[in-house]
Design a protein around this ligand. Structure first.
Ligand code: SAM
Ligand code: SF4
Length: 353
């Protein structure tokens, strides 16, 4: 189904090849996967420079390249019309966007139940968290890779103490943004010796902590397989001090391996293991970058620019056709372990994690 105007191909970007006709209400790729989950990146900027994500001299997009708040909300709305059920607002660091609350309000007004935010947690206090909750946000994920102030500062290349993220967890919960989830990227030589402490935090707070394998998505292209700490090792380290049991409630299409604590704590452990246990077959995600590019996969090397359509005042049906065609091109898998794997030019921060 290609409703995109061919003439727009002249103005910028490539136009995806026409996919077979779709029903106009759902998104499917050519490998039979149904796409239900949108990651909407609202900025590529950030107040941190995490070692696994951004080099200190990372270059940001020119602000004139970025989608407006109205365009972001419109694209989310068009995607919801195509069967998207979950929208995660991300970046870059979404909390540096001056109109984050308006974006949350606009996306939350769409007919979906699941609107979430991923943030580094450094710029949250209870008043902001409450404002987002009133605007419709229900779930929040905060990143915390270390509990040691010196190491946290080194990992994030910031002067933010981890206590600020701990305060943000409290503020978020008090504001009703729950259940709070935590993310930690584990990088060999930086923080693998802290997985037990981070797991204990999840245990004691009764929240879910998701450990993520380091992926080749850093802006400096310094990723090295030797720096990846396999999910299996992470589980072994935690289980040695806080016995774990596989979570029987696992959803077969889940992209994480999930565990509960054997002692009955309400906390949970999730492992996101794209390197050692790829979950591409269960992937239901679509990404739109802050500069209006559709990325069917985190590791796409081809992206599809929506801006010419937006600039040309294309109608919703044209946008839907373009998005459906772009999704059809989603690759079967990321291929990190294949010999001809090439790291995408964009870092995680410019894609939307
Ligand atoms: N700034 C926010 C944050 O850090 O939570 C949201 C955007 S960030 C790109 C989203 C997630 O991607 C974070 O949990 C971050 O730790 C993770 N991430 C960034 N670079 C990564 C990499 N190279 N490998 C694995 N995860 C990465
Ligand atoms: Fe910023 Fe998040 Fe990337 Fe860290 S992981 S540099 S907080 S965008």
């Amino acid at each position: 189904m290609s409703l995109a105007l061919p003439i727009l191909a002249r103005s910028a970007g490539a136009v995806p090849p026409a996919a077979p006709a779709s029903d106009g209400r759902s998104l499917r790729d050519s490998h039979g996967r149904v796409i239900r989950d949108l990651r909407l990146s609202i900025t590529d900027r950030c107040n941190f420079r995490c070692v696994y994500c951004m080099d200190p001299d990372v270059r940001f997009a020119d602000p004139s390249e970025l989608l407006s708040v109205e365009q972001l909300i419109r694209l989310a709305s068009v995607c919801v019309g195509l069967g998207i059920e979950k929208v995660r607002i991300t970046g870059g660091e979404p909390t540096v966007h001056p109109r984050l609350t308006d974006i949350i309000r606009g996306v939350s007004a769409l007919p979906i139940d699941d609107v979430a935010l991923t943030t580094n947690g450094s710029l949250i206090d209870e008043a902001r968290a409450a404002e987002w909750h009133t605007a419709g946000l229900r779930r929040i994920t905060l990143s915390i890779d270390s509990l040691r102030p010196d190491r946290f500062a080194a990992l994030t290349r910031s002067n933010c103490p981890p206590s600020r993220v701990l305060d943000a967890i409290d503020a978020s919960r008090r504001a009703g943004l729950g259940p709070v989830k935590l993310n930690a990227v584990v990088v060999r030589g930086f923080n693998e010796d802290e997985v037990q402490d981070l797991a204990r935090l999840a245990h004691d707070l009764g929240v879910e902590m998701r450990f993520i394998e380091f992926m080749p998505l850093d802006s400096g292209h310094h990723w090295d397989r030797a720096r990846v700490v396999p999910a299996e090792e992470i589980v072994r380290r935690i289980d040695a001090v806080l016995p774990l049991v596989p979570d029987g409630r696992d959803d077969p299409s889940s992209t994480s391996l999930n565990y509960r604590f054997a002692d009955g704590s309400p906390g949970r452990i999730g492992l996101i293991a794209p390197v050692t246990r790829p979950f591409c077959g269960a992937c239901s995600r679509l990404r739109i970058t802050a500069d209006g590019k559709i990325r069917p996969c985190l590791f796409s090397r081809q992206e599809w620019d929506l801006r010419p359509l937006l600039w040309a005042n294309a109608g919703d049906d044209q946008l839907k056709g373009f998005i459906a065609d772009a999704v059809w091109t989603k690759q079967a898998g990321h291929g990190i372990s294949s010999r001809d794997f090439v790291q995408p030019a964009r870092p995680m921060s410019a894609i939307g994690g």
